[in-house]
Design a protein around this ligand. Structure first.
Ligand code: GRF
Length: 216
């Protein structure tokens, strides 16, 4: 990792990229400890690619369908990230499972946002899962990426109440607001050296916030 200046960050997306936009906007602040240097999508039709380009960020598709298997796709991804001298990787609605080899290469330097209060409701359809389980609190989690899906050490979480008449869409609408708030705050912590991975656990610096956001 380059010392001194801002950490160089790549964002991996597969879709509309609203978390990506939140990260790009936060990083415009001169005091933000990271700069977004690259956006990559595994889907050429991802709307987020257009939004990144509009924001002046180099944005490219690496179409996973052009590669025979996960390992060769991940190698292409890795080569792009290293060519751009990336320090940190943010997954933001990136819908591909990454190989353990790729994940190991970015251990402690790759984070993900997931739309549930992990370890509850891994995988997809998290808002439906939350409603089916009858929980009163739902939310989102930013965590370091490990090979097991949605299982890495937790950096921070934001919680919202589940209301009597919520459906998956209404929950998604309120959780995404918290995602866009939480993710830039967590990237600032990691890029600023206030949160890091040590021995498989997240360590927060003494002056760092405690990682919990509530929206009640
Ligand atoms: C978010 O809910 C994110 O947590 C999940 O996929 C969604 C992506 O939304 N992994 P966007 O592309 O950031 O708008």
């Amino acid at each position: 990792m380059a010392g001194g200046g801002k950490r160089r960050v790549a964002i991996l997306i597969s879709g509309r990229g609203s978390n990506m936009v939140a990260l790009i906007e936060a990083a415009r602040d001169p005091t933000f400890p990271a700069e977004i240097v690259l956006v990559l999508s595994n889907r050429p039709d991802a709307a987020g690619l257009v939004r990144a380009a509009e924001a002046g960020i180099p944005a490219r598709a690496i179409d996973h369908r052009a590669y025979p298997d996960r390992a060769t796709f991940d190698a292409a991804l890795d080569a792009e990230l290293r060519a751009a001298a990336v320090d940190l990787v943010c997954l933001a609605g990136f819908m591909r499972i990454l190989t353990p080899g790729f994940v190991a290469g970015w251990a402690g330097r790759m984070i993900n946002i997931h739309p549930s209060l992990l370890p509850l409701f891994k995988g997809t359809h998290t808002h439906r899962q939350a409603l089916d389980a009858g929980v009163r609190l739902h939310g989102c989690t930013v965590h370091f990426v490990v090979p097991e899906l949605d299982a890495g050490p937790i950096l921070a979480q934001a919680a919202i109440p589940v209301r009597q008449n919520d459906d998956p869409n209404s929950l998604a609408d309120r959780v995404i607001v918290q995602e866009r708030r939480l993710y830039p705050a967590v990237l600032a912590l990691v890029a600023g050296g206030q949160a890091w991975l040590e021995g498989g656990r997240v360590i927060l610096a003494a002056q760092a916030p405690d990682g919990a956001l509530l929206s009640l």
